[in-house]
Design a protein around this ligand. Structure first.
Ligand code: SF4
Length: 254
């Protein structure tokens, strides 16, 4: 019963690795459509959308980017942009002055050092304005097909609740998780955890009693364990399937 061992802090590294892989498989079944929820059609658009997503919902970013992407089509367009014009478009995403600086700076750096194209390498990406490891992993994983673990607020919260990691430092967590999850799963594991964080293991009140990871989670009970109460907390468009996978359909009358 490795979740119990994890709760007591007695889990071996091998047992933790096995539990991480079981968790990944359960998440794959619960969120088969997990994907990057930002809209984009090329690596530069994904980089810009990811910069805009800081402290903002993906839904809000997706409402904002069509006008931005229609007006600024490549790195040179951003490099030459008037900051006030960019600010006006991206204002709804918050922190718009900083984000404008990052986006225009990104355009300039790409034109000056990379022939206007986004580089693939982590070392090159993290030197670009507005791009840290989190954004670089999103770009590499989704636009270039290079496996990467994205450590955002959902990843930090959930992997700590699952006691797969210890601490909140994103870079340390990324390396801890790399040892637990197979490299070919890194990008999808990230999407699945983020989906789980938005639909089940919600920050304020996790739906423990309706969670398919319950038997694998040392933090079961952090949210309501009553199936009917927990089921009401589930979000998204596949709630019925989440209830079925949690085996609580009779308890909630679904
Ligand atoms: S059992 Fe609760 S705390 Fe654990 S992953 Fe599920 S919802 Fe989150």
């Amino acid at each position: 019963m490795t979740a119990a061992d994890a709760k007591k802090g007695k889990e071996t590294e091998l047992a933790k690795k096995r539990r991480a892989r079981v968790i990944d498989r359960l998440l794959a079944a619960a969120h088969p459509d997990a994907h990057c929820e930002l809209d984009y059609s090329n690596p530069l658009e994904l980089a810009v959308a990811t910069i805009l997503s800081a402290q903002c919902t993906d839904v809000r970013v997706n409402l904002t980017t069509p006008a931005l992407f229609a007006r600024y089509r490549d790195a040179a367009d951003y490099a030459d942009a008037n900051p006030e014009d960019v600010e006006e478009i991206i204002r709804p995403t918050g922190f718009y002055r900083n984000k404008t600086r990052s986006i225009i700076g990104l355009g300039k750096a790409l034109v000056e050092h990379h022939g206007g194209k986004l580089p693939e390498g982590m070392d090159d990406l993290v030197k670009l304005p507005g791009i840290g490891r989190k954004t670089a992993n999103v770009i590499r994983g989704n636009a270039f097909g290079v496996p990467g673990i994205t450590v955002d607020t959902h990843m930090i919260r959930i992997t700590n609740r699952l006691k797969l990691v210890d601490g909140k430092d994103p870079v340390k967590l990324e390396f801890q998780l790399q040892k637990l999850v197979e490299p070919r799963e890194w990008t999808m594991f990230s999407h699945r955890i983020i989906f789980h964080g938005r639909r089940v293991c919600i920050a304020r009140k996790p739906a423990c009693g309706a969670c398919t990871l319950a038997a694998q989670c040392p933090s079961f009970g952090e949210g309501p364990t009553d199936p009917a109460e927990a089921a009401k907390l589930l979000k998204g468009d596949n709630v019925d399937e989440l209830i079925r996978l949690a085996g609580i359909e009779h308890a909630v009358g679904a």
